[in-house]
Design a binder for this molecule. Structure first.
Ligand code: NAD
Length: 346
C-alpha cells in the first residue's frame, strides 16, 4: 500500500443514494454530522460498557449483544423505545456497533415511520470492512440468517479505530478473514501487506490500521457500487463463503473460521482448475492470523445445505475461484461435481 496521506472523506454513489465515508475520524465528529436533538444512537451492551463516555449526552438505545438478538423481538424493542423518545420522521438513527447493530439499525431505519435517515459507526473490524458497507441490512428468522431485510444506504459511515482497542481477539480474526478474502480476490499488494504484519503490529499502529480499513472499504465499495444487485462482480465477495456457510452453523464455528476453511478449499480447488499457484500462500496467511484451515465435517450435511443455497443458479453453484492472487472469477459447477471435487482435496 502507498504511504501518502489519503483524503479523509469520500463519497460513493449508488443508484438511489450517496454515502459519505469519514475515514480515521474521531467519534465525537458525529456532532457535526447529525443534530443531537434529532439523533437516536443504537448500540449494544458490550460497546456501551466499554465506550460509555462517548455516548454521554445522546439519546441512546442499548441492545443485548450477539447474533441471537438479531431478531424481530429486538426490532420491536427498538421501535417501542423510539416511540417513547418521541422519534418522528425527522429523527436520525446512528448504529454504533458490530454487524448485528449495523444490520438491525439499517433495517429499523428502513421501516420506522416508513423510513428515517441513518448513519453507521461500525465498531468491530468485520463491520468496518464488510457488514456496514453495501446497504444490505436485516434480521434473522429462526435458523434462517438475514431472511428479512432491505437494501438501503446510510447517509454516512464514520470509521474511528479507537473502538478497536476494546475488540476481543476472536473478533479481530473474524474481520481479518474478510480482509484476507478482499486481498485474495482483488488486491495482491494488500495480500503482501498482510504477509508482513500481524494483529499485534496493526494494533500498535493505529494510523496503519486506519489505512488498512480504508483500503478494504474501498475494495468493497467499488464492487458494490458497480454491482448493486449482485448480477456480476459482487458474487466474487462470496469467495470462501459457499462451503463456509454450509459448515458455519453445523459446527459452531465463527463466521471468520468457517470462511477461512472455505477459502482454503477454494484456493486448493483453484490450483486444480485454474493453475492457481499460490494456494499455499493463502493457507499460510490464514494460519498466520490464527484462522483454521481444516475441520472434519459431514459432507452429506454440506451437500444438503449447498443444494438449498439461495445463490445456486440453473448451471449449479456459482463457485468463486482464484486465477492469481488479487484476481477471482466465477466458476459455474453443478453441486454434486463440486462436492466430489472438494472431497478429493481432503
Ligand atoms: N450487511 C452485510 O452486508 C453484512 C456482511 C457481513 C456480515 N453481516 C452481519 O454482521 C454480523 C456479524 O458482525 P460482527 O462480527 O461485527 O458481529 P457482532 O455485531 O455480534 O459483534 C461481535 C462481538 O463484538 C462485540 N463488539 C463489537 N464492537 C466492539 C468493540 N469495539 N469493543 C468490544 N466489543 C465489541 C459485540 O458486542 C459482539 O459481542 C452478522 O449478523 C452478519 O450477518 C452483514
Amino acid at each position: 500500500m502507498t504511504l501518502h496521506m489519503p483524503r479523509k472523506h469520500l463519497q460513493f454513489d449508488f443508484s438511489q443514494a450517496s454515502v459519505t465515508c469519514y475515514f480515521n475520524t474521531p467519534f465525537a465528529a458525529i456532532e457535526k454530522l447529525t443534530d443531537p436533538d434529532k439523533a437516536v444512537l443504537i448500540t449494544d451492551e458490550h460497546v456501551f460498557a466499554k465506550h460509555r463516555k462517548k455516548f454521554r449526552g445522546w439519546n441512546t438505545i442499548v441492545l443485548k449483544p450477539g447474533e441471537q438478538y438479531k431478531i424481530q423481538a429486538t426490532v420491536d424493542v427498538i421501535i417501542e423505545q423510539l416511540i417513547a423518545l418521541g422519534a418522528d420522521r425527522n429523527s436520525f438513527l446512528v448504529g454504533i456497533g458490530g454487524g448485528v447493530v449495523t444490520d438491525i439499525t439499517g433495517y429499523v431505519a428502513g421501516i420506522y415511520m416508513r423510513g428515517v435517515r441513518f448513519g453507521l459507526v461500525p465498531t468491530s473490524l468485520l463491520a468496518m470492512v464488510d457488514a456496514a458497507i453495501g446497504g444490505k441490512n436485516g434480521i434473522d428468522v429462526g435458523v434462517y440468517k438475514n431472511m428479512v431485510g432491505l437494501i438501503r444506504q446510510p447517509d454516512w459511515l464514520l470509521f474511528d479505530v479507537d473502538f478497536l482497542r476494546t475488540l476481543p481477539l476472536p473478533e479481530w480474526r473474524n474481520g481479518l478473514a474478510e480482509i484476507i478474502k478482499h486481498a485474495a480476490i482483488r488486491d495482491a499488494a494488500l495480500f503482501r501487506f498482510l504477509q508482513q504484519h500481524t494483529i499485534a503490529s496493526l494494533k500498535r499502529q493505529p494510523a496503519l490500521l486506519s489505512k488498512l480499513i480504508r483500503t478494504n472499504v474501498l475494495i468493497k465499495m467499488k464492487i458494490v457500487t458497480a454491482d448493486e444487485f449482485e448480477k456480476g462482480d459482487r458474487k466474487l465477495l462470496n469467495f470462501g463463503h459457499t462451503l463456509g456457510h454450509a459448515i458455519e452453523n453445523q459446527y459452531e464455528l465463527s463466521h471468520g473460521e468457517a470462511i477461512s476453511i472455505g477459502m482454503t478449499y477454494a484456493a486448493l480447488f483453484s490450483s486444480s482448475v485454474n493453475n492457481f499457484n499460490d494456494a499455499e500462500a493463502v493457507i499460510a496467511l490464514l494460519k498466520k492470523y490464527g484462522l483454521p484451515t481444516r475441520a472434519s465435517f459431514d459432507w452429506k450435511k454440506v451437500e444438503q445445505v449447498l443444494a438449498m443455497d439461495k445463490k445456486k443458479s440453473a448451471a449449479g453453484m456459482q463457485y468463486i475461484v482464484l486465477k492469481k492472487l488479487g484476481k477471482a472469477i466465477v466458476h459455474p459447477i453443478p453441486v454434486q461435481h463440486l462436492i466430489t471435487r472438494l472431497k478429493e482435496l481432503n
